[in-house]
Design a protein around this ligand. Sequence first.
Ligand code: ADP
Ligand code: MG
Length: 940
Amino acid sequence: MEQECGVRVMCRFRPLNESEVKRGSKHRIRFKGSDTVVLSGKPYVFDRVLPPNMTQEQVYEFCAKDTVRDVLGGYNGTIFTYGQTSSGKTHTMEGRLHDPQMMGIIPRIAHDIFDHIYSMQENLEFHIKVSYFEIYLEKIRDLLDVSKTNLAVHENKNRVPYVKGCTERFVSSPEEMMDVIDDGKANRHVAVTNMNEHSSRSHSIFLINIKQEHLDTAHKLTGKLYLVDLAGSEKVSKTGAAGAVLDEAKMINKSLSALGNVISALAEGTKTHVPYRDSKMTRILQDSLGGNCRTTIIICCSPSAFNEAETRSTLLFGKRAKSIRNTVCVNLELTAEEWKKKYDKEKQKGVNMKELIEKLQIELSQCGTGVCVPVIEQLSNKKQEELSDRTPIISNGLTSEMPALENGQYEENINNLYKLLDDKDEEINLQTQLVEKLRLQMEVQEEFMASSQRDCARVQEELCSLQRDNEEMRGEVREVLSALEELALNYNQKSQEASNSTHTNRTLSEQLAMKNEMLEATQSELAELQELNAVQKRRTVDVLHVLLRDLSDMGTTICVSEIKMTCEDGVSLEDEFSVVRLFLTKLKSELKSLVNRTKQLESTHEHTSFKILASERELASCHVLISQYQMKIKSLTECVQNAEETRRSLEITQRTLAEEITKLHTYESNRDLCELEKQKELLKITQSQQSQDALTEGHRETQSKMLAQLREEFNNKQRMLDELKEFNENLLLEQKRLQCEYETLRMREQEKEIKLQKLIVSNEKTEHTSDELRGFEETLARQLQSLHNLRKMFVKDLTTRVKKSTVPDCEDGGSHVLHKHKISFLENNLEQLTKVHKQLVRENADLRCELPKLEKRLCAMMERVKALECALREAKQSASRERRLYQQEVDRIKDTIRAKNMACCGHPALIAKPIRAGHHHTFSVTSGREGPTVYSYHHI
Ligand code: ADP
Ligand code: MG
């Protein structure tokens, strides 16, 4: 059933991109027919050339559709893209994942597989699982589980390499498959800083595993489909790279150069060693290149002249790859019967071989002994061939036995070594995973440790504080206990004392009873006496009433009307006494106030008399002044009269003088008239005239002088008169004023006199009342004394009567004295007993008082102890809870770690969800065998 087929090589050219168009880059390629491309005159022939204008769908039709059909037919398939970066590899493989037009091969396959399945016969059941991983720097990273960073490549029992431990997800619909792709792509972006660079330097591999079972014949077919988006084929520059960078560059180039080497080796067609093991990529693609796989390589090229060199190298790669020939067969899983048949066949073969060996050995021994074996008996070549059908060692004959054996050994050695290498690889992988896990675990543990330490410190602190509290409480408890012990001791003592006391009490009470009897007798006597007393009292009350009446009279006399003396019959003597006392005190206070008032009045009286004296003195001085003034006035009036007289006389003289003057004037005028007449006599009388002139002149002069003098005098007198008049007026005014003052003073004096009179009267009155009061007081004191005496007498009388009544029948003195002694003794005893009793009662009361306090204290202590116990219990509980939590946390961490370990080991339990052919996935409901069965697998 094996058949040979070549690797299909498709060559896709992408259109010029925008920058290339801008740069004016030109096409340097020419397409000739559907399978040839000519680059700078050199033709390259492929299975198909896909020009830039080819749509994604067409590309899928040409490149992948057949492969899908093959895989569903039980073949293995591989599609991978090769080419420089940005030549369109990812565009071809993935495209825009959710764009129906622009989606690439992988999403189209995802849909197409299911379309195929749904169109197939009903009695087929499919199980589809997918894996997604990438290879970067020779490390396989699982894109469906980012924790798997370095997976190893192993070989299965058929010596087919596979990625061990990679996540496999079962899918039952194209949507689920698309989800897986999306997940993988998302994970690819995680922990990658520069996605463009990363994607151009890493290989991404999407693996679809399809297993189908014929439900009727139980035939099982399996098909594996690798969809690989290789890293950019251009060489990573080594110039300037050193150290880690150089190592990285080497690693990046390694898988691609290994791919180139493998393809070259396969292309040469010689049976030389193919270096699949040089890289993980070639290892995974071992079956795809020269093995059991229908492989399609899509070489992606840029049409730009700028990329010509790379394009040429890509075309050469394609050309080389095209010469690879694979041997494909259907991966049919045998049924038990088929296996049995095969086993029988092989067994038969073994038996035949044994026979042949025996025969050959016989022949050989015969040859060795020199016996000639007849030709007829010799094993014919044909038969040998028949027997050694699949045993080349034997068929090569003895001559070729040794080298074949060596070859076999060599192969075996190589295989062993490879196995060892695989194991080591696996070990390394496991170790790295373990390291990673341990690191994570370490981090978690460290975190946990830190938190635990914190918790521990906290708990320890709490514990310390609790212990401290505990110690304190213990101390307190100890104190309380000692106090309690003391109390108990005290209590014992006290109870002892109490019992003693009760005993004495009992005896005393007996005595008391006796005494009581006696007391009753005495009480009856006392009743009698009381009657007597009442009589006495009545008498006393009467006396008191009289007294009170006197007192009230006194009160009325000293105007204490507000104090009423109520003397009712029902009021007790003490009350009346107190009333009297009150009245007396009130009287006293009134008296005191009166005396005070008198004193005050006296002082005011003195003051006023002083004032009166001063006023009198003033008045006397005023009188003197007035008399003086009157004298002055008199003298002045006399003076005025004198002046008047002089004035009159002067006026008379003036008048006489004026008359004389007029006379003189008339004389003069007469003289002037007579002058002429006289002039004649002038001469005659000149001498007389002259003497007469001189006389007249002298007379005139004296007269004028006198006149002037008189005038002056008159003026003076007038002035004096005026002044005197003025003075007189002033004096009159003054007199009037003084008179007024005198009047007012007199009025005041009169008033004061009246006041004085009044005061004197009141003083006399108060003196009188105070005298009276004193008398009253005296009488009151006397009466009080008499009352006291009366009381004393009454008491004495009472005691004598009592004494008499206590010993009414014992007439003789001895027995009376004895009784007296006895009574006094008993009284003393009773007194002492009552004292003791009182003391005991007091002590008991004290103890009783103390008891609740102590009980309270005890209760408080007990409560405190209880609270402390509770706190201790709680602390213990919280500690245990925390310990439990801690344990739980530890368990949880352990569980998660275990779960992680399990997950990392890659052996999760799977639940298969098979897909039944012939039905669309929309009916994907599990049902009986007749219906369309669509199962799905889930990780647990
Ligand atoms: P690679 O994966 O080889 O590095 P990409 O697939 O990422 O290259 O392609 C680079 C760019 O070229 C992308 O933007 C892509 O859309 C575009 N491209 C590639 N091939 C085609 C094509 N056939 N048609 C249109 N655009 C393309
Ligand atoms: Mg890419």
